[in-house]
Design a protein around this ligand. Structure first.
Ligand code: ZN
Length: 210
């Protein structure tokens, strides 16, 4: 009875195999990198999963955390629908936004110029599956040079990364305005934005693992 070292086909994990029967005796876990006994890996049908039981448990936990966030995002969005937010911005709402901005950037407070005009930007980028879309609580007018949604995908992330590029009072005022548009408290609105970011990040991570 001999033992040979082999690699799993797709994930290239090292394993120790019984040479006559082909039975896997030990395997290196894809997550923690430890060489463990076959029985320490959960099974997927007849095959061993790439992750040991400890790591698998951790992955399941992270996955359910993600689901919880997803539910929270949908709940907020349902709430937004309840209070009558449309999925698309109407002309009336755009007029209101223009009147509110009054020719000034809603993040810096600076007046628009010919070379740096105000443009519509999305608080959570439309590319994000959990984005608030074209609802009025997701749209602001900001100087074109900031272009935060393309750079960072989310207003909160942009502010966190480049605090020197915005005016704190103006930004606070804008977030209050957006919360009002969403029909929720400011703290709830900020939590919603954080949830959207967090979940899209977690979903990205889960997809990368596949
Ligand atoms: Zn492991």
């Amino acid at each position: 009875m001999g033992k040979v070292i082999e690699e799993t086909k797709i994930t290239k994990q090292i394993m120790i195999v019984e040479s006559n029967t082909g039975e896997i005796l030990q395997k290196v876990c894809k997550d923690c990198g430890h060489l463990k006994l076959a029985e320490e890996f959960p099974k997927n049908g007849e095959r061993l999963r790439p992750y040991c039981k400890d790591c698998w448990r951790e992955r399941q936990r992270a996955y359910y955390e993600g689901i919880k966030l997803k539910r929270s995002v949908y709940r907020h969005r349902a709430r937004a629908k309840e209070v009558g937010l449309a999925d698309t911005l109407t002309e009336e709402q755009l007029k209101e936004l223009l009147a509110h901005a009054n020719g000034r950037c809603m993040l810096t407070g600076e007046p628009a110029t010919e070379s740096d005009p105000l443009t519509i930007d999305h608080v959570t980028a439309l590319g994000n599956r959990f984005s608030l879309g074209n609802a009025p609580c997701n749209i602001i007018l900001a100087k074109r040079s900031l272009n935060f949604s393309r750079k960072e995908g989310c207003l909160l992330k942009f502010i966190g990364k480049y605090p020197e590029k915005v005016n704190p009072e103006k930004t606070e005022e804008t977030i209050s305005y957006l919360s009002k548009q969403a029909g929720v408290e400011k703290a709830d609105f900020i939590r919603l934005l954080e949830d959207i970011e967090e979940f899209s990040k977690k979903e990205g991570e889960l997809n990368e693992e596949k």
